[in-house]
Design a protein around this ligand. Structure first.
Ligand SMILES: [Fe+2]
Ligand SMILES: [Fe+2]
Length: 356
């Protein structure tokens, strides 16, 4: 058994139909910062946009491949259902609901999930998004030193069929929220949720491959007959933020995920540095996984592999980070190309078209 344990998410990458629409939504509506505009290094004719906090810290990053001609994606077994951003308070959650609804967006929630409260909505391409409160956390029904040992029941007031959906729908912030207040700032990935057709196998895999630990075994509150488990960087005393990976257990009869627009392309977890990444690579190879060579992504180095249910995963180094080719104050302000693509800049810019 390896003693490697990822700190949590590095980034998550989605497929988008239109980089301008993604910029308008994730920056202007959700308030994330565009920390890098570049191209897909494997396909330099398409934009690759990175959003995150002020510096693009690991655990805050959401990235987009702009592939306008890709087929429409669909969530399913081996794919991601949604990603959740974190806010500190319930008050902030209600403000987000009011802000999004006032823009004409359908919003579900605030759903009482027990461990947190949540809103659900979709981005312009249909990717399901969630905003969740940071607390009260996973120790409300089990001691913090013994999380995930037994299956936790949930209250009828939280479950589909018995919860008060009319009251939930009517709950919102009383005043319009035209701008994002400081407490509303999305502070990073709260959790990411996918679907698997074998939750026991997935549990063994994520514990072994990434050093995550089971934190909660419970039921899908929207489909109480099926399991919902959560893993994280958890050491018996605390659950690290931006590390919660959850899976809904679906029967193998359910459709498999189909990649494409409005779907997650892959989920990246953190390695501290290049040396640790090589240890990860050896470790994953020792599990008989197919692992890519280390690839230079300019802002980090990456290796790729797949979970048994098909989910594409990456381990990315924390460094060198987004200030490697432009100063922090100018992040995202202009198209950045790696040295090997700089000679083709004019042609690439011509094909991409302006972002703003
Ligand atoms: Fe969620
Ligand atoms: Fe990635």
């Amino acid at each position: 058994m390896s003693d490697l344990r990822t700190l949590g998410f590095h980034h998550i990458t989605l497929v988008a139909s239109d980089a301008r629409k993604s910029l308008a939504f994730y920056h202007e509506v959700l308030g994330l910062k565009l920390v890098k505009q570049t191209v897909n290094f494997d396909d330099p004719s398409s934009y690759h946009l990175y959003f995150g906090d002020e510096t693009g810290a690991p655990g805050t990053i959401v990235t987009f491949f702009e592939w306008p001609t890709a087929p429409r994606g669909r969530y399913g077994v081996g794919g991601v259902h949604h990603l959740a951003f974190s806010v500190p308070t319930y008050e902030a959650l209600l403000k987000w609901k009011r802000r999004l609804q006032d823009r004409g967006m359908p919003v579900t929630g605030p759903m009482p999930r027990g461990y947190f409260a949540s809103l659900y909505f979709r981005d312009p391409d249909g990717q399901v998004l969630e905003i969740a409160t940071a607390g009260p956390g996973y120790a409300i029904d089990e001691p913090i030193e013994a999380l995930g040992r037994a299956v936790m029941a949930q209250k009828p007031s939280q479950l589909a069929g018995t919860r008060n959906d009319a009251e939930i729908a009517a709950t919102t912030h009383p005043e319009p929220v035209p701008s994002i207040t400081p407490e509303m700032v999305l502070t990073g990935l709260h959790h990411v949720s996918g679907m698997t057709d074998d939750i026991e196998r997935a549990s063994d895999f994520y514990e072994q491959a990434l050093g995550l630990r089971i934190v909660k075994k419970t039921i899908n509150q929207d489909d109480p007959e099926t399991p919902h488990w959560l893993w994280a960087n958890y050491d018996g005393t605390r659950v690290l933020p931006a590390s919660g990976w959850t899976l809904f257990g679906w029967s193998p009869k359910h459709p498999r995920a189909r990649g494409g627009i409005g779907q997650t392309h892959h989920v990246a977890f953190r390695a501290r540095d290049g040396e640790e990444q090589l240890a990860w690579r050896d470790h994953l190879l020792s599990m008989d996984l197919d692992v890519s060579p280390v690839l230079d992504r300019q802002y980090f180095r990456s290796i790729y592999f797949s979970a048994p249910d098909g989910q594409l995963l990456e381990i990315a180094t924390d460094g060198p980070g987004f200030s490697v080719d432009e100063p922090i104050a100018a992040l995202g302000g202009s198209l950045q190309l790696p040295d090997w693509l700089e000679p083709d800049r004019a042609a690439i810019e011509g094909e991409l078209g302006p972002l703003r």
